[in-house]
Design a protein around this ligand. Structure first.
Ligand code: UD1
Ligand code: CA
Length: 450
């Protein structure tokens, strides 16, 4: 059935994380943990998603934005109580999917199987179970004559029950009307919480239609309660991304030491060397070579580029651009096709034109540099006025040759075809096709162009 509404619980404190940050916002493969759950819900066809927030509610709202709806659970009185908060928005829904924000490995296709089975059987309650080696922390599944009769929480289980390895994975479909009717009747546990899982025993007692689907891959439903589990989940998610990219035609020379966030795009025939971190909203075209040891975040890189031992942040590289070793592209760097940035360069908020070369230790900030410019070793834009705190622009037009150690004191413009001598300090605009020298640089002659 398409268009089922989903509730994702994210109000708990996550005490076991021992963190100031809400548990569901801890990053996993570059996304806040809960975003993986939302992605699975959407992948399964959820038409609307209501997130129950409480602890650090504002952080969660900010991280997720308006892609979802929110309800508040001001006191964290348990998972049953949390679901109850969503009734005001979802009371008219025929069925609802309930998920926990701390189970980031779940995949859309698995939820889909649960939803389909729930609809097919016309069940009142459906849940996923799994068999695990170490069931500690999970609710244990009690069965009689093969039928599920209850979920017993870890803290309430007898030693005999604790040995049960079939556990509640924490994913449910409910028939809405039955759910809203039953929730107010839940009894407080010894811990003072209203457990959603108590609905299983109620349904069994009432002889309700129940579906219990046991999933094969228990890793998929793992709950993250502490930082050890966080690291385990991170590793599993990273491998999913690596596998997907390799199967789509990307060479990862040593996959286990290559870190690529969920959502990053890498084109075919790219080769990624160890120590590469590719993060955020990055898109990389075909035939690029990335790394070793590069850090690329929120950037767009065109076909045939090479980034070698360098850092690239919020930058754009058109095609066949090469960067590094040991260069730093800061936010707003835009390198046009064929640009070549060599060793120890820093570029911030600047455009570098086609086939421009900047081979050795230079800094460009707030600059627009034309095509075929040669930026000599040690050239620097002095874009920051420490007295006023203001930044100014530098313009370097096409076919300029900046001599080694040219200081461009902004605002300043070097017009088309001009040349500066080594060590020039440029404080005034330089006209086209001229040679300027000195400190501060003075125009010494005009050159005749062929
Ligand atoms: C829960 C299940 C357990 C299951 C396990 C699967 C209950 C009572 N137990 O246990 O059977 O095996 O998940 O991972 O449901 N939350 C709220 N408000 C609250 C309490 C919790 O929003 O008042 C949220 C938490 O933020 C979290 C989720 O509900 O995202 C689950 O809570 P948690 O305390 O982690 O439950 P578990 O003990 O792991
Ligand atoms: Ca949990």
């Amino acid at each position: 059935m398409d268009g089922m509404a989903a509730i994702v619980l994210a109000a708990g404190q996550g005490t076991r994380m021992k963190s100031k940050i809400s548990k569901v916002l801890h990053p996993l493969a570059g996304w806040p943990m809960i975003r993986h759950v939302l992605d699975a819900a959407t992948g399964a066809g959820a038409s609307r998603v209501v997130v129950v927030v409480g602890h650090e509610a504002e952080q969660v709202r900010q991280a997720l934005g308006d892609a979802v709806e929110y309800v508040d659970q001001t006191e964290q009185l348990g998972t049953g109580h949390a679901v109850m908060q969503a009734e005001c928005l979802l009371s008219a829904e025929k069925d609802v999917l309930v998920l926990y924000g701390d189970t980031p490995l779940i995949q859309g296709a698995t939820l889909r199987r649960l939803i389909d089975l729930h609809s097919e059987k016309g069940a009142d309650i459906s849940l996923l179970t799994m068999i695990v080696e170490d069931p500690s922390g999970y609710g244990r599944i009690l069965r009689r004559d093969g039928k599920v009769i209850a979920v017993v929480e870890d803290g309430q289980a007898t030693s005999g029950q604790k040995a049960i390895k079939e556990v509640n994975a924490g994913f449910y479909c409910f028939r809405g009307e039955w759910l809203w009717q039953q929730l107010p009747g839940l009894e407080k546990s010894k811990k003072g919480e209203y457990y959603l899982t108590d609905l299983v025993a109620i349904a069994a007692d009432e002889g309700r239609k129940m579906v219990a689907l046991t999933i094969d891959d228990s890793a998929e439903a793992m709950g993250v309660n502490d930082r050890v589990q966080l690291a385990e989940a991170e590793s599993i998610l990273r491998w999913r991304v690596r596998r997907r990219l390799m199967l789509s035609g990307v060479t990862l020379v040593e996959p286990s030491s290559t870190f690529i966030d969920e959502g990053v795009e890498v084109g075919r025939d790219c080769v990624v060397y160890p120590g590469a971190h590719i993060k955020g909203k990055t898109k990389i075209g075909e035939d690029c070579v990335i790394g070793p040891n590069s850090f690329i975040v929120d950037s767009t890189i065109g076909q045939g580029c090479a980034v070698f031992y360098s850092i690239v942040e919020q930058s754009t590289l058109e095609e066949r651009v090469s960067v590094g070793p040991f260069s730093h592209l800061r936010p707003g760097a835009h390198l046009a096709t064929g640009a070549h940035i060599g060793n120890f360069a820093e570029i911030k908020n600047s455009f570098v034109g086609e086939d421009t070369k900047m081979h050795h230790f230079s800094y460009l900030g707030d600059a627009t540099v034309g095509s075929r410019v040669n930026v000599g070793a040690g050239t620097i834009t002095c874009n920051f006025d420490s007295e006023t705190g203001e930044k100014s622009k530098t313009i370097v037009e096409d076919d300029v040759a900046l001599g080694s150690d040219t200081m461009l004191v902004a605002p300043v413009k070097v017009a088309r075809g001009a040349t500066t001598g080594a060590g020039s300090v440029v404080t005034r605009d330089i006209p086209s096709d001229s040679v300027a020298l000195g400190a501060p640089a003075k125009v010494v002659r005009k050159v005749r162009k062929a």
